[in-house]
Write a protein that binds this ligand. Structure first.
Ligand SMILES: Cc1ncc(COP(=O)(O)O)c(C=O)c1O
Length: 414
């Protein structure tokens, strides 16, 4: 039956996190038998419980009348108004809850559908619409573009450009590589960045807005980690702190990471009314909204003191755990003084030891010998080869156990 499916689906890779999950499940009995039960540091899913307010409210609302019905695709009005209030607090900008905000079944769903709405699928690579993406960057962007019949073009984020690449230079490189800049439909930015944890300045956001206005393309800002900054770190800005950003930009937010609500699938997009409207229309043909108790609980937590306190404490926890692993990697010989651990997100991005030829060779060795699940850097783009990502999401005890195993099993930086 495979031949019945379209070329774009045929070329799709199973999402890297699922590949890793399957391989880990296969190895689990063998690893457990040798006292190396898998510790997963692959997915960006914190183990902590969500805020008490959220669990209490979901329980309460689940039993209330009328909660079982279909919901408004773009989000129930109480959620959209709560989001508008949150955006006003973040940016000082007013958002019309009816036309400039849309609730999502997680930000991943929204980004994928927006990309699909932008691209006219084409078979030949040279004819394809282009989406500019960060490299390294969230592994799904590339596959979302591919399955929509477009082409992604990675813009290198490097220590040399301070993870804020020159966009005009990127456009010139795209032309030098033989692609047509008129086919570019959108630029995706993601700060704080997954997998690097890098934050960008407000000046850089201004440049991204100017660039998108100049080229008449959509700016897609993925702000999934915007609230995950450590105390004293530079602020992570919303693109809507830039005047006139609504003319060209949409921004994606998630309840998954700040409130540890990954499985409840809820997020939002806001900004340019044309883009938000088209996404809402597309969604109305393929999904039917989010379970009401989750929308209600999300609306309640968003502007609450309990929610804000939860985020501050979560960031303290991530920072504490980061210190455990950073100190551990130092003892294992990693050049941590040169690496500057990020002050945002819960990711650590490190070079593989020189004796390994590829990222995958290293992460496979660590999985097979120590039961520690990491992600090879090339999964985040070509620029990620030679690196690996660790999600600092397990318990403090598990993070200590990770370092203990790496030492015992001889994974030194050599
Ligand atoms: C950069 C980035 N954007 C979006 C998402 C998707 O988050 P969700 O769909 O849970 O809101 C993730 C998840 O890992 C991510 O890392």
């Amino acid at each position: 039956m495979k031949e019945l499916f379209n070329d774009y689906v045929q070329s799709l890779e199973t999402y890297i996190m699922i590949q890793i999950k399957m391989e880990t499940a296969r190895l689990a009995p063998e690893l457990t038998a040798k006292n190396r039960a898998p510790i997963s540091l692959a997915m960006g899913a914190p183990v902590e419980k969500p805020p008490q307010l959220v669990t209490d409210k979901i329980r309460e609302y689940a039993l209330a009348d009328g909660m079982h019905t279909y919901t408004i695709v773009k989000g129930e009005s109480y959620l959209l108004e709560s989001i508008a209030q949150n955006m006003k607090k973040r940016t000082g900008v007013d958002f019309d809850s009816k036309s400039e905000i849309c609730a999502l079944i997680g930000s991943k769903e929204g980004i994928a559908n927006l990309i699909r709405a932008l691209i006219n699928p084409k078979k030949e690579m040279k004819d394809r619409d282009i989406i500019l993406i960060p490299d390294p960057g969230y592994a799904s962007y590339k596959e979302m573009v591919k399955v929509s019949g477009g082409m992604s073009y990675g813009i290198p984020l490097t220590p040399e450009n301070n993870y804020m690449p020159d966009l005009d230079e990127a456009m010139n490189n795209l032309e030098k590589d033989g692609y047509d800049k008129n086919k570019v439909k959108a630029l995706i930015i993601n700060y704080p960045n997954n997998p690097l944890g890098a934050i960008c300045t407000k000046e850089y956001l201004q440049k991204t807005v100017d660039f998108c206005k100049k080229h008449k393309i959509l700016l897609i800002s993925d702000a999934a980690y915007i609230d995950l900054t450590f105390e004293g770190a530079p602020k992570a800005h919303s693109v809507f702190e830039i005047e006139g950003a609504k003319d060209v930009a949409v921004e994606f937010f998630s309840f998954s990471k700040p409130y540890s609500m990954t499985g409840w699938r809820i997020g939002w997009v806001c900004g340019n009314a044309d883009a938000v409207g088209i996404l809402g229309k597309l969604k109305s043909t393929i999904d039917t909204g989010i379970y009401k108790p989750i929308q209600k609980a999300a609306a309640d937590i968003l502007n609450s003191q309990e929610g804000d306190k939860y985020i501050v404490e979560a960031n303290h926890r991530f920072e504490r755990k980061q210190k455990i692993v950073v100190d551990g990697f130092k003892e294992l010989g990693w050049p941590m003084d040169k690496i500057n651990p990020p002050r945002a997100t819960f990711y650590l991005w490190l070079p593989i030891p020189p004796k390994y030829k590829t990222s995958k060779e290293f992460t496979d060795a660590v999985l097979h010998k120590s039961g520690i699940v990491l992600v090879p850097g090339n999964g985040f783009g070509n620029n990620g080869e030679g690196w690996f990502r660790m999600s600092i999401v397990a318990s403090e005890d598990d993070m200590k156990e990770v370092i203990r195993r790496l030492k015992e099993d001889g994974f030194y930086f050599e």
